[in-house]
Design a protein around this ligand. Structure first.
Ligand code: PLP
Ligand code: COI
Length: 356
């Protein structure tokens, strides 16, 4: 039905590049599918979405987003079932979160159905780019930025909404080492931490680099006021299994990205009868629980990161190691469940998959 109501202007590439892909060596995020979607916002409304061959776009030096940071993005994945169906994982959740990001950043909202249909149309056209290998997916990156060619500071009148897609493997190829950050801050209350705003990532790069120089893949951010509470990591939310319970920082404050992977993990865990505690989580209790062995598992949850097992947590010069990954029954079961679900190998009992 939607397909008939939303009009797309489509210019197909004269020659697909898909035959040149080395499927055995897929780096994360460096290879792009044949097409991209572009939809302009001007005169107070969204214009006809266009799908065109993937390639560079001209950028005016005074483009507002480059100077003042009105730029947001999303990330989701598509896979193929054994029958060849294209399955997109919970795109309506990304559409909703995108709207929240738009609102916080003073950008015009995209109706949920339009957002989802733009994603679906592009993925459908580039379906040959979806990897057939376990652990691999087509990563879909919708984004939007302010395009006024104007030096004054105010919300832009013009925007570009774009989507590209990239066949990817794992974002982390090994269990992740995280460092608890007690000095720098990712997000403060009243700020933009809950939005998937480009600037959040820009601001985190320097502290994250300092962590990497010490041998950690990622920081584990703490709250801006006291640095006593664990919030999330740079590319993923954080989940702990302590005394058999799933414990994770609540998203009540506006400083944590409301992750779709973590929400899905919680919903599945609930259906398995696991006790869930979404609440404030202190650094102290986590370090204690790892030390005394009651924290048996910890993982990051994210679209790119998937279920990223945590190897060790660095805190004030000490490293606290989690048990061997092979022993982590919950994380491994969840990892398999989510993989099987996304690849159409088991029943979609929650109704999370959109067929493109
Ligand atoms: N937190 C941050 C800062 C992220 O960048 C991401 C990745 O999108 C997540 C959490 C996980 O969110 P999701 O599961 O929706 O991908
Ligand atoms: C995602 O998981 O979609 C993200 O945005 C994180 C990024 C590191 C790729």
């Amino acid at each position: 039905m939607l397909e008939q109501t939303i009009n797309f202007k489509i210019t197909q590439t004269p020659e697909s590049r898909v035959t040149q892909v080395d499927w055995e060596n897929l780096p994360f995020g460096r290879l792009f599918s044949d097409h991209m979607l572009l939809m302009e916002y001007s005169n107070g409304e969204w214009q006809t979405p266009e799908i065109l061959p993937f390639g560079p776009i001209p950028v005016h030096p005074a483009t507002s987003a480059l100077h003042y940071g009105q730029a947001i993005f999303e990330g989701m994945k598509a896979n193929k079932s054994p029958e060849g169906d294209v399955l997109i994982f919970r795109p309506e959740m990304n559409a909703k979160r995108f709207q929240e990001s738009c609102e916080r950043m003073g950008m015009p909202l995209i109706p949920e159905t339009l957002f989802v249909e733009c994603v679906r149309k592009l993925v459908d056209l580039d379906r040959e780019w979806i990897p057939n290998k376990p652990g691999y997916s087509l990563y879909i990156r919708p984004f939007m930025f302010a395009t006024d060619e104007f030096v004054g500071i105010r919300p832009s009148d013009n925007y570009k909404f774009m989507i590209f897609a990239s066949p990817v493997g794992a974002y982390y190829s090994e269990p992740v080492n995280v460092l608890i950050e007690e000095h720098y801050t990712r997000a403060a209350e009243g700020g933009v931490g809950r939005a998937k705003a480009a600037g959040n990532y820009g601001a985190s790069l320097y502290p994250a680099k300092l962590g990497q120089l010490k041998g950690y893949h990622q920081l584990l951010w703490t709250d801006a006021k006291t640095h006593e509470f664990v919030e999330e990591s740079g590319t993923m939310n954080i989940v702990f299994i302590i005394d058999g319970k799933l414990i994770t920082p609540s998203e009540e404050s506006d400083t944590i990205l409301r992750g779709i992977t973590k929400r899905s993990v919680i919903e599945v865990a609930q259906s398995w009868g696991i006790q869930i505690e979404e609440r404030k989580v202190t650094v102290k209790e986590i370090i204690e629980a790892v030390k005394n062995g009651s924290c048996t598992e910890a993982f990051g949850a994210g679209t790119a990161a998937t279920i990223a097992h945590i190897n060790k947590i660095g805190f004030r010069g000490e490293d606290y190691y989690l048990p061997a990954v092979e022993s982590r029954s919950f994380s491994l079961k969840m990892e398999k469940y989510m993989n099987d679900l996304k690849n159409g190998l088991i029943e979609d009992e929650f109704g999370w998959l959109l067929k493109a």
